[in-house]
Design a protein around this ligand. Structure first.
Ligand code: ADP
Ligand code: G3P
Length: 496
């Protein structure tokens, strides 16, 4: 009987379950969207029970309803939206508050206060991160400060904190395992990326009791077995990685200098920097790429908060398009944006600008500007933001990046990828594997249980689907226009 690895890919907007076979092909896939909750401007929440129920239902669909025998499951790999913060009661398993999502800005003032106290350097030295509401630490603090009784329960060890991986594993194992892996821990602003331990100084700075934290594991090992209640059998859980690190692994960017960019809701560019956690001098973050055995690999990361989400905004809020894919047709109907620039800073600006208070803007509108120009400007904004991050990364690494491996929902858009290659003057490679994030976690799990023998056995599976080469266009003036637009957004934010 052929064996498979099951990946659970719990993303910001949907939960997926995917079965991969030995040659890395998808045997079965199920996906379910779930509710986005926006209680106030700048706040984004998920219902943790819906995260779990949507994940459980796609597991059932991908395995049982597609006629796969449970005995064919060699292992489970988990990959997840990162930073999103869940606190639950250890006794009842009930969350004490909704999940506070990575995009949520409610703790911006706490971050400003940390910076005003001069803590930014200390935090960056220990965690590799730039102080921002993006990361979990201040979100945990918010729950402890705002949910009645939460702090005293947490101090007594009655509450558990976890990122989404921990929450899924807690539920998959019937509350037996409270764990996370180093990649997810490195997104909390509480984890020391040098010692690979929770950092007591940071815990006391944010007033977070250590008793609520999960045990931190490597990204590839057998952590334990599922309880059997969902699948009717016990399956080893053997791989965990935050979704962007999982994508870096899935792209097989396993040598220093290799870079990937994932174009989903946001854009996340990661460069493998090897075994030393070098800090960025250009406003990027240093994060753990993965740990296999005792070997830890690090990455530089630039996170862009709004990428494919700007396409969703044109579809859902402005009603300019009916489907996300349709944007390409309108954007291709014009040769350029006719001077229109869109800066989709809906949730502030992430790397390399890190402006928590920035908000979106559209510039350069003339009487002739139409939907086609708006569509094109939206797509170009994704590429320009990526360019800003890549430039910072090149400056940090002191090298020219010659190849960008890409994945994510928006990479089906050829116009976007061609424009990206043109403004970066860099080759952009789209692989044949469409579910790169999920396959990264499958590889991590499969390596742990011997489903794949070693890296060499999986390296060959990454093949190019299409290569986008720079067409030698002069893009200097266009880029200057983008830079003016970003400068204007920042200026608007700072004006009284
Ligand atoms: N053809 C397309 N052109 C541009 N953007 C697209 C296209 N298809 C999907 N998207 C965008 O890609 C995103 C979904 O990608 P996905 O990788 O599934 O994201 P996530 O994992 O963040 O939920 C959405 O924001 C959507 O607007
Ligand atoms: O769920 P995604 O793919 O949008 O990824 C979210 C990131 O992990 C946030 O850091």
């Amino acid at each position: 009987m052929e064996k498979y690895i099951l990946t659970l890919d719990q993303g910001t907007t949907s939960s997926r379950a995917i079965l991969f076979n030995h040659i890395g092909a998808i045997v079965s896939l199920a996906q379910k969207e779930f509710t986005q909750i926006y209680p106030k401007p700048g706040w984004v929440e998920h219902d943790p029970m819906e995260i779990w129920s949507s994940q459980a239902s796609v597991i059932t669909e991908a395995v049982l309803q597609k006629g796969v025998d449970r005995g064919q499951l060699a292992a489970i790999g988990i990959t997840n939206q990162r930073e999103t913060t869940i606190v639950w009661d250890r006794q009842t398993g009930a969350p004490v508050y909704n999940a506070i999502v990575w995009q949520d800005r409610r703790t911006a003032a706490v971050c400003d206060a940390l910076k005003a106290k001069g803590k930014a350097d200390l935090i960056q030295e220990k965690t590799g991160l730039i102080v921002d509401a993006y990361f979990s630490g201040t979100k945990i603090k918010w729950i402890l400060d705002n949910v009645a009784g939460a702090r005293s329960k947490a101090e007594k060890g009655e509450l558990a904190f976890g990122t989404v991986d921990s929450w899924l594993i807690w539920n998959l194992t019937g509350g037996k395992l409270h764990i996370t892996d180093v990649t997810n821990a490195s997104r909390t602003m509480l984890f020391n990326i040098h010692t690979l331990k929770w950092d007591e100084t940071l815990l006391s700075l944010l007033d977070i009791p250590a008793a609520m934290l999960p045990e931190v594991k490597s990204s590839s090992e057998v952590y334990g077995l599922t309880s059997g209640s969902l699948l009717g059998t016990q399956v080893p859980i053997a791989g965990i990685a935050g979704d962007q690190q999982s994508a870096l692994f899935g792209h097989m960017c396993n040598k220093p200098g290799m870079v990937k960019n994932t174009y989903g809701t946001g854009c996340f560019m990661l460069m493998n920097i090897g075994s030393k956690p070098t800090l960025s001098k250009n406003n990027l973050i240093t994060t753990i790429a993965w740990q296999i055995g005792n070997e830890v690999q690090y990455a530089l990361e630039g996170s862009i908060f709004i990428a494919g989400a700007v396409v969703q905004w044109l579809r859902d809020e402005l009603k300019m398009i009916v489907t996300a894919a349709e944007i390409e047709k309108f954007a291709s109907a014009v040769p350029d944006t006719a001077g229109v620039y869109m800066v989709p800073a809906f949730a502030g600006l992430g790397a390399p600008h890190w402006n928590q208070d920035a908000r979106g803007a559209i510039f350069g509108i003339t009487r002739g500007a139409n939907k086609d120009h708006f569509c094109r400007a939206a797509l170009e904004s994704i590429a320009y933001q990526t360019m800003d991050v890549l430039t910072a990364m090149q400056n940090d690494a002191g090298l020219e990046i010659r190849q960008l491996r890409v994945d994510g929902g928006a990479t089906s858009n050829n116009l976007l990828l061609q424009f990206q290659a043109d403004i970066l003057k860099t080759e952009v490679l789209r692989p044949n594997i469409t579910e790169i994030t999920a396959i990264g976690a499958a590889y991590l799990a499969g390596l742990a249980v011997g489903f794949w023998e070693n890296m060499e056995a999986i390296e060959k599976q990454w093949q190019v689907n299409r290569s986008f080469q720079p067409e030698g266009k002069d893009t200097e003036e266009k880029i200057k226009g983008w830079q003016r637009a970003v400068t204007a957004v920042k200026a608007w934010t700072s004006l009284e």
